[in-house]
Write a new protein. Structure first.
Length: 284
């Protein structure tokens, strides 16, 4: 069996949004820190599944004995960028009992009657869990900025509120991993056409995707502003090139592995007499 090709540079370093980051200069076709091809990437993804599973179990086990750590993966992207593929191929390796998945749609009338973070706060992961937000509170500063549904003053208030919310979560033990899957406009066009051409993908197509595509430049500006306003030490942003689906998956998998490893998880040691318990089990 051929050797598994790993990352030469960790995505946590190569994909992190810094103060001089410009989304317009980011290459959606690139594979930063990784020299392998698609076959290598798919092999790496499968090879690291067990690592991810074990770390998730450690996280869960710690919480059964008073641990407060948890992970929250936030996925943001233009349509067709591959959020669903991340959930299926990366999160799919985890025990579903330890994953809290939430896909935020347009707010209901009840949700609109509260501040925009009201519905978000209710869905944060519990201790020991890995939470996934498929779209998130960032919709309230992205689409609202693009379509001018919120005033500049309100948008500024929301950026501040988001930073405060994420700081509270971090202080409570949450490791936040914010990912923007960066797909190019041309690649999105190809994927939309593929949905129309393939019967198995037709159900994914929505005419609304085309309507939002018309605002592409506005969305890129809105993402840039969100990075500038909300990339913090407690909750940094990572922009993952997503034209190559296989690369996006291994990059997000590695970001999650790094996040979990950074929690310094340990198997809990129950307060019990193992020898006595063994004897009781043998007698049963």
């Amino acid at each position: 069996m051929a050797d598994i090709v790993g990352f030469k540079e960790p995505p946590a370093d190569t994909l992190k949004v810094g103060k001089d980051f410009k989304l317009k200069d980011a290459d959606a076709d690139a594979t930063p820190g990784y020299d392998g091809d698609k076959d290598d990437g798919e092999a790496l993804l499968a090879d690291l599944d067990d690592n991810l599973t074990e770390l998730q179990e450690q996280l869960f086990a710690e919480s059964r004995f008073g641990g407060t750590k948890r992970v929250l993966l936030i996925l943001q992207a233009m349509d067709t960028a591959g959020k669903g593929g991340i959930v299926t191929h990366v999160m799919g390796a985890m025990n579903p009992q330890g994953v809290q998945m939430k896909s935020f749609k347009a707010p209901t009338p009840e949700e609109k009657s509260y501040d925009f973070l009201w519905r978000i706060e209710k869905e944060v992961p519990a201790a020991g869990m890995v939470g996934v937000f498929d779209r998130s509170h960032y919709e309230d500063v992205l689409i609202h900025r693009v379509h001018r549904w919120a005033s500049p003053e309100e948008l500024e208030r929301r950026y501040i509120a988001i930073n405060e919310f994420e700081a509270r979560q971090a202080a409570a033990g949450t490791k936040i991993v914010k990912v923007m899957l960066n797909i190019s406009r041309d690649e999105q066009k190809e994927r939309l056409l593929a949905r129309l051409d393939e019967p198995a993908k037709l159900w994914k197509y929505s005419s609304n995707d085309l309507k939002e595509r018309a605002f592409w430049s506005d969305y890129m500006d809105a993402y840039q502003k969100a990075f500038e306003k909300t990339a913090t030490e407690a909750a940094p942003w990572y922009v993952v090139p997503a034209n190559k689906k296989w690369y996006a998956r291994i990059a997000v998998q590695q970001l999650l592995l790094d996040a979990l490893e950074g929690l310094k998880l340990k198997w809990p040691v129950p307060d019990l007499d193992v020898a006595m318990e063994r004897e009781l089990v043998e007698r049963s």
